[in-house]
Design a protein around this ligand. Structure first.
Ligand SMILES: [Zn+2]
Ligand SMILES: [Zn+2]
Length: 704
């Protein structure tokens, strides 16, 4: 097949399938794109004029010009060899990003080690290429705003040099494969993704600089054919080796849209929107019904969103508007469903610590694009409504978000039962995170960094999560199920189960959140005896473990080697621990039913390698068992006491992993809660005389 033929075929398919793919705001087919005069991508002529005429923007204009002058005098050389994976530009010992001392020598700022190997040097060239891509864009903008030909000439110089070099670069990937074997690799960069991201910057800068007198028609042809469209065409050929749902494809689409708009290529533009892997396809297949990217990590959500914004910006310039598409808009509305009361976000799967406020510019963009006042307010940094949001089930993503109370007493617990999350998912079924006392207490470390071994040996283990580990092994990749969710005036509760996380074992977790405490009942049901650990990674200074004795030998199990300073004590029928916070408040954790088991207390890893987070582990040897825990926020006249109650049916006692009840009692009265864990509850089970269909909760006496 001739290069480009596949694109034609894909584009034709796209046109016919449009109506089926657009969820709402459907248009039967896209009319021909409009290619206005240059510049037409980041800014139009009129927009540049308006900017220049706006006194409020004169400072910004001066900064842009000054920065362009600085780049001009630095005049970075264009590397004449290929780049390597950017994550290789880090010290393997401590994860620190290296610093160049010369093009061939790179030093670790943390441990001082010098790296001169080809892989490191090539990774550094990627860094330089990235900077040059941005420079072309910035020079284009500076020229557009100032009309200073020197800026356009510098953009031209880089673009022509790249156009001359590009065909001579050999396809390669980060695993050392070259030529046609490097199917997900690139020429200048080691991955196709980077080629796509780079060409967007080049196209944007070219679009602004190309009207300058220093560009001949021949220059423009060369840059468009031998650089911009060549990269887009090759991406189109090799994209078939990459999962059509993933965020890389989203960037490929953005590259097609940008290059298509800038070079006036209708075929590329259609590929971006309605190609077989285009934006409309991804909206239908890569976005959950909850408005979250299917990979389940917020970092990738916004990474994909960034590409989508680029695609939509380019499409809008060509006269294509999708602002009435509700499924599209849901992508900007989804993240706040899972934010903590302070606007920060839990770090599930391959994510980093982040807050909605970090993504303000996205909401600002969406406020404009969709003309939506709520998104526009978030874009201005107004997250005031954040702390009184309703609880939510993100059924398609597989996360239940339980919220109670507000202001400084706002509490939020989330359970991840759901989708594994593709390549960026972790073996973390029934993982729970907790926000209370004004901060995130129980956490998931996310990905830390792809550059450090702990990414595999810790982040991607079950032990790094607040869930059950059986026989020290990681859970299998699987999807769980939500069995119950209920919200009333006094509590919010959810029950989820995972049958395939461990072969032959059923895991169920029931959370019940009130204003003052969270009840957590984790049931494990199996046939043969196993070592069952429930882990709880929680910030704070731990009290209640003064009698624990240091453990002689390290724990065995996947990820367990990272648990340090382990102390242990025999389990007890009831034990209370405190996680004291810097402001003097404490999370009081009451554990019940550990007689015959063991308590282990150590320190795991948080968001960085130096971030030590206490980990309380409860270990039992059993075929089936139930861990009952009460997390008391101290806002309910506590401390509260915990008693276990039997579940019964027709006068017969049920094993606790089938049905169990608890009584929580404190100064302000007592209440009884019960749950039936069975796949098909009979509806006749009882706890302390109260009938439980799936679960029950009631106050035994009036609240004082
Ligand atoms: Zn180092
Ligand atoms: Zn995780």
């Amino acid at each position: 097949m001739k290069p480009g033929m596949r694109l034609v075929a894909a584009a034709c398919f796209g046109v016919f399938s449009m109506a089926a793919l657009i969820a709402d705001g459907a248009s039967p087919a896209l009319r021909a794109p409009v290619f206005g005069p240059r510049p037409r991508f980041l800014f139009t002529h009129e927009e540049l004029d308006a900017w220049r005429a706006d006194p409020a923007k004169s400072n910004e204009l001066a900064q842009i010009a000054a920065r362009a002058e600085a780049l001009l005098s630095a005049r970075r050389a264009v590397p004449d060899r290929e780049g390597q994976w950017i994550f290789y530009y880090a010290c393997p010992a401590d994860g620190a990003r290296l610093r160049p001392e010369s093009p061939l020598a790179h030093r670790c700022p943390v441990c001082g080690k010098m790296y001169t190997d080809e892989r490191t040097v090539a990774a550094w060239r990627t860094l330089v290429f990235n900077e040059l891509d941005s420079e072309v864009r910035d020079m284009g903008i500076a020229y557009g705003l100032t009309g200073d030909e020197r800026f356009a000439a510098r953009a031209r110089e880089i673009l022509l040099r790249l156009a001359a070099l590009y065909p001579s670069f050999e396809r390669h990937d980060r695993w050392g494969r070259t030529g046609l074997l490097a199917v997900v690799g690139g020429r200048r960069y080691s991955q196709l993704l980077d080629e796509a991201c780079g060409v967007i910057q080049l196209a944007a800068g070219y679009d602004l600089a190309a009207p300058a007198a220093c560009f001949s028609d021949g220059d423009r042809r060369l840059i468009e054919e031998k650089l911009l469209r060549l990269i887009a065409r090759e991406t189109g050929l090799f994209q078939h080796f990459i999962d059509e749902r993933c965020n890389h494809q989203t960037w490929f689409n953005a590259a097609y849209a940008a290059v298509g708009l800038v070079t006036g290529d209708e075929e590329l533009m259609r590929e971006a929107i309605c190609g077989s892997r285009g934006l409309m396809f991804q909206l239908a297949s890569s976005v959950t019904d909850d408005g979250l990217w299917y990979e389940g990590a917020i970092a990738y959500h916004f990474y994909a969103l960034s590409a989508i914004q680029t695609t939509l910006d380019a499409a809008r310039r060509a006269g294509w508007d999708f602002s009435s598409n509700g499924r599209l808009k849901s992508l900007w509305e989804g993240p706040s469903k899972i934010s903590y009361p302070d606007g920060s976000l839990p770090v599930f799967h391959d994510s980093d610590r982040a807050s909605l406020a970090n993504y303000r510019s996205f909401f600002e963009w969406a406020g404009r694009y969709f003309k939506d006042p709520v998104l526009a307010a978030m874009g201005r940094g107004d997250f005031a409504s954040e702390d009184r949001k309703p609880s939510a089930v993100l059924a398609d993503t597989g996360i239940a978000v339980l919220r109670r109370n507000s202001g400084k007493d706002a509490v939020c617990a989330m359970m991840d039962w759901g989708k594994h999350g593709g390549a960026h998912g972790h073996p973390d079924k029934l993982n729970m995170v907790l926000y209370a006392l004004g901060r995130e207490l129980a956490l998931d470390p996310g990905r830390i960094s792809y550059s450090v071994p702990e990414y595999r040996t810790w982040c991607r283990t079950t032990a790094a999560h607040n869930t059950v580990v059986v026989n020290g092994a990681d859970q299998d990749e699987s999807d769980g199920a939500l069995l119950h969710f209920e919200e009333t005036g006094s509590f919010v509760s959810c029950l989820a189960a995972a049958d395939r996380a461990y072969p032959g074992l059923r895991l169920s977790r029931w959370l019940l959140l009130t204003d003052g405490w969270l009840l957590d009942v984790f049931a494990v049901e199996g046939r043969k005896s196993s070592e069952i650990d429930l882990l709880f990674h929680c910030r704070g200074e731990v009290g209640g473990a003064e009698d624990f004795a240091p453990l002689e030998k390290p724990l065995e199990g996947s990820g367990y080697g990272h648990l340090k300073n382990i102390r242990s004590a025999p389990g007890r029928k009831e034990a209370a621990f405190e996680f004291r916070q810097p402001d003097g408040r404490s999370l009081r954790v009451t554990a019940a039913g550990d007689e015959g088991g063991v308590f282990l207390l150590g320190e795991g890893i948080g968001y960085t390698l130096n971030d030590r987070v206490p980990c309380l582990m409860r270990r039992r040897k059993a075929a089936s068992t139930v861990f009952v825990t009460l997390y008391d926020f101290g806002t309910d006249g506590g401390p509260n006491r915990l008693d276990l109650l039997h579940g019964e049916e027709s006068g017969k006692e049920l094993p606790p992993w089938q049905a169990i009840g608890v009584r929580v009692s404190g100064e302000r009265g007592s209440c009884v809660a019960g749950v039936d864990f069975r796949q098909n509850p009979s509806g006749r089970a009882k706890v302390a005389g109260h009938q439980i269909r799936r679960m029950a909760f009631c106050f035994e006496e009036p609240r004082r």
